[in-house]
Write a protein that binds this ligand. Structure first.
Ligand code: ZN
Length: 462
């Protein structure tokens, strides 16, 4: 090989070498750039993610937290069994709660493609409006009530449908209770009734709400995003505490008899204002029966019984409907004033005996001439045309003689007489445990002169 050739070869090698090293150098620069770009991208992504986390955490956090809560825990209430109401014998049940079912849905846990199907099944089984049901099923709320207090048979039908259609979440069948009144109209104005939420609205059901209602229980169900119960946590079940029972002084047999004959009497005598009967044990003050006519069916408390109102029901305003219902529910024996008339002579007689003014059988002590003058007014005896003549207290009571009781009252005087009205409890309410007791109507003692008092002695009313 010549010297020139060697040099050329060396030069070529060098060139190649140079060329290689140049390539190598070029390759090094690109990688750095790529790395820089890569870091920039990662940095930007991280910035975006931090920003997004911040947004979720601070700006949108509350909404998402609520959604997650709704999705993960589904809190349902279990109604307690309301206490039973018994009559005085403890043998007859006047009000009782039976177990029924309440159907609710958790719309978030029903798949979108199932919503129409579910709404259709619910509206068919429970005879509720399809459109309304679909709206409930499609809502974004945590829980919607579909049907309250349905019979077990219908609930079973739904559960069967759910199984057949493999829809196992989002529909709840919970135990609930429903109030039944086995005797329908009996003692309706005393017992009262409950609303759809089992709360006492009238009568003893309202007065003894705290005794009867019991304590609500609950089911806290923790589910995953698909609505499946998380097995380890499962359902946290706090059972309901049933209410206490109530035993009345009312004897169902006596109540039934009082109601039967009151109704007959009202119909026979065309008492358009109705009537009341109270049967009391005089030794204890226990009310054995308290009948009112007309009355109503406790199982249908919002169905008016008055024939005229019933016929015009659809034309009545909301206010008129309410007035009619209040009239029907009203316990006349408690809420309406009633002039006792001649029965009040017993009070005058008792006061006189207690004060020693007279005795039961003092012959010729009193005299009925057919009328008596008091404060310039002549008051007749009901048998003015054939006066009673000489009377003892016992005879005057038997004959219900007005002049005799006016003269006894004059002897007693206003102050003593009022002290007896007070002692007998006429100036106060009785405090009976029924709602709406009206007070009595008496003038204040200082306003009572001989003119006013003359009426009290024999009929209680001025
Ligand atoms: Zn007389």
């Amino acid at each position: 090989m010549g010297e020139i050739q060697k040099m050329k070869k060396r030069a070529r090698k060098k060139k190649e070498k140079v060329k290689f090293s140049k390539v190598e150098k070029k390759g090094g620069l690109t990688r750095k750039k790529r790395m820089r770009n890569g870091i920039l991208v990662v940095f930007l992504v991280m910035c975006f993610m931090i920003g997004r986390i911040g947004w979720i955490q601070f700006a949108d956090g509350e909404r998402l937290k609520n959604m997650a809560y709704i999705q993960h825990t589904l809190d349902r209430k279990i109604n307690p069994k309301r206490g039973t109401i018994y009559d005085a014998t403890c043998e007859k049940v006047l009000a009782v709660s039976a177990t029924v079912r309440t159907i609710t849905v958790n719309p978030v846990n029903i798949k979108k493609e199932d919503k129409e199907k579910v709404a259709r099944a619910l509206s068919d089984i429970f005879e509720v409006d399809y459109e309304k049901t679909l709206k409930k099923v499609s809502n974004r709320s945590s829980i919607e009530t579909i049907a309250k207090k349905v019979e077990k048979k219908q609930a079973d039908e739904l559960m069967k449908w759910m199984e057949e259609n493999n829809i196992l979440t989002g529909i709840n069948v919970d135990e609930d209770t429903k109030r039944y009144y086995p005797y329908n109209n009996m003692a309706s104005q005393i017992i009262g009734f409950c609303g759809s939420d089992n709360q006492g609205l009238n009568g003893l059901e309202a007065v003894y709400e705290d005794t009867l209602k019991g304590e609500m229980g609950k089911i806290i169900k923790i589910t995953d995003a698909k609505g499946n119960t998380i097995l380890k946590e499962g359902e946290d079940y706090v059972s309901a505490t049933d209410g206490n029972d109530l035993v009345l002084t009312i004897d169902a047999t006596i109540q039934g008899i009082a109601e039967k004959y009151l109704e007959e009497a009202c119909i026979d005598n065309q008492c358009t204002d109705g009537g009341s009967v109270i049967v009391m044990d005089p030794n204890t003050g226990d009310i054995l029966a308290m009948a009112g006519y007309p009355n109503y069916n406790l199982n249908e408390p919002f169905t008016v019984t008055d024939e005229v109102a019933k016929e015009n029901w659809s034309n009545l305003s909301q206010e008129e409907k309410s007035t009619e219902l209040q009239k029907m529910w009203r316990n006349k024996a408690i809420s309406d004033g009633y002039e006792p008339g001649s029965t009040f002579k017993l009070i005058t007689a008792s006061a006189a005996l207690e004060e020693g003014i007279t005795d039961t059988d003092n012959k010729g002590e009193f005299n009925c001439s057919g009328s008596i003058e008091i404060a310039g007014v002549r008051i007749k005896c009901w048998r003015y045309y054939r006066p009673h003549g000489a009377q003892t207290l016992r005879e005057a009571l038997m004959n219900s003689c007005n002049p005799v009781f006016i003269s006894i009252g004059q002897k007693l005087g206003v102050h003593t007489y009022y002290s007896y009205l007070q002692k007998f409890g006429f100036l106060n309410k009785t405090g009976i445990d029924l709602p709406g007791e009206a007070g009595s109507i008496f003038l204040a003692e200082e306003k009572v002169g001989p003119v006013e008092l003359r009426n009290y002695f024999f009929r209680s009313k001025v």
